[in-house]
Ligand binder design. Structure first.
Ligand code: GLA
Length: 374
């Protein structure tokens, strides 16, 4: 394998943590993610062939992708992400050039911190540079989302790819997923630290459960559209949903109620953050988790165990699952002086309740897409 210095470009894209606004991006809602300093880095150089040669720093596999037939890689466990990116890069009218890519992903895989978005955005950035173009972050995010839909089989929203590409160090992004308008909000958690805790539960059935939830929200929307002048579920205010409750099957109502209430919580959370009221912000995080647990049903035993243990700790202002759910991570707002005690107590209780060892990370907010010539 080549040393990293033998490549021409170094491109990084970020993992993300979503502070609040969960399972609303595909309903046209607003979300509040931050890009993390955990990155996927892709080293790239043109190779003058019709192949994209893939290698990984932490996997033994070496996979040459034939750029004349990218569809054949849709079922590949790791290479499907790069194949999907290459496919949609060319489909968008760009030149796709043969190249060697070395992938070094430091975002823990399956952690719910968007390793796949980071891999896709960094890959697309590399393909752009190899083709002699400067990457345009929003375009890369949209192409990465297509790769995720078509090659990874997850009918995701735009939040992860957007945060991975467009994040800014020291800022949370208030992203309107209907219009893609984004307000970068300087993040100041005042007298609290943000801690991420990974359940380390191997992901199972995330894709199918995720796609099922998305379909349920689409069912809710199509029923409500018969009565209301709305484009997406995020357009519905909580009192309106209550008015039309009887027209919706019980499960569909609970899914819609989560979406509508969560959009309201995002509005309140941003106001609380702007006025420095982190206690209120924390309460909203906790409310969000309860709704994801009871109404949207995407948490599961492990995430609930971590969140409930966090709520019981006196130094915690609030905690919730982040990302798609069904495993992955929680995000916690904790007084700095008590962080070590918090981590120990929460992780010990989690181990007792589930048998898994959790991993804690202190949140460091980084930039989204970055690149340079080596
Ligand atoms: C996953 C998806 C996102 C979003 C979250 C839930 O991370 O990729 O688009 O829907 O789940 O908020």
């Amino acid at each position: 394998m080549r040393t990293r210095e033998e490549y021409q470009f170094k491109v990084s894209a970020a993992g993300r943590v979503n502070l609040i606004g969960e399972h609303v991006d595909y309903c046209g809602g607003k979300v509040l993610p931050c890009a993390l300093s955990l990155k996927c880095t892709v080293y790239a150089r043109p190779n003058g062939t019709d192949f994209i040669n893939l290698a990984w720093t932490d996997l033994p596999d070496k996979i040459p992708l034939d750029i004349k037939n990218l569809n054949q890689y849709r079922t590949y466990k790791h290479a499907k992400y790069q194949a999907g990116c290459a496919y949609f890069w060319r489909e968008a009218g760009h030149e796709l050039k043969g190249c060697d890519l070395l992938i070094d992903c430091k975002v823990p895989f399956g952690s719910g911190l968007s390793s796949s978005a980071a891999i896709e955005v960094a890959t697309l950035g590399a393909l752009a540079l190899v083709a002699g173009e400067l990457p345009v972050p929003v375009e890369l995010a949209l192409l990465a989302q297509k790769a995720e839909h078509e090659f990874a089989g997850v009918n995701c929203g735009i939040m992860d790819q957007y945060a991975s590409a467009c994040g800014r160090s020291g800022h949370a992004m208030l992203l309107d997923c209907k219009t893609l308008e984004c307000e970068q909000i300087p993040i100041d958690t005042g007298e609290y630290s943000l801690i991420i805790i990974n359940t380390n539960k191997p992901h199972a059935l995330v894709e199918s459960k995720y796609n099922e939830r998305r379909e349920e929200t689409e069912t809710a929307l199509s029923i409500l559209k018969r009565k209301l002048d709305i484009e997406c579920l995020a357009d519905v205010r909580p009192f309106k949903l209550l008015e039309y409750r009887t027209g919706l099957p019980a499960t569909i109502y609970r899914r819609a109620k989560h979406v509508v209430d969560e959009c309201e919580r995002v509005r309140q959370a941003v106001e609380a953050m702007k006025r420095g009221d982190m206690k209120k912000f924390g309460e909203l995080l906790t409310e969000s988790h309860k709704s994801l647990e009871q109404l949207y049903e995407v948490t599961g035993k492990e995430l609930d165990s971590l969140a409930h243990a966090a709520w019981d700790h006196p130094a915690c202002a609030g905690a919730r699952m982040t990302g798609a759910g069904f495993g992955g991570c929680t995000v916690n707002l904790v007084k700095p002086a008590a962080v070590e005690d918090f981590k120990r107590k929460v992780c010990d209780r989690y181990k007792q309740e589930t048998g898994y060892d959790a991993t804690c990370y202190d949140v460091k907010i980084g930039d989204g897409l970055t690149y340079r010539e080596i």
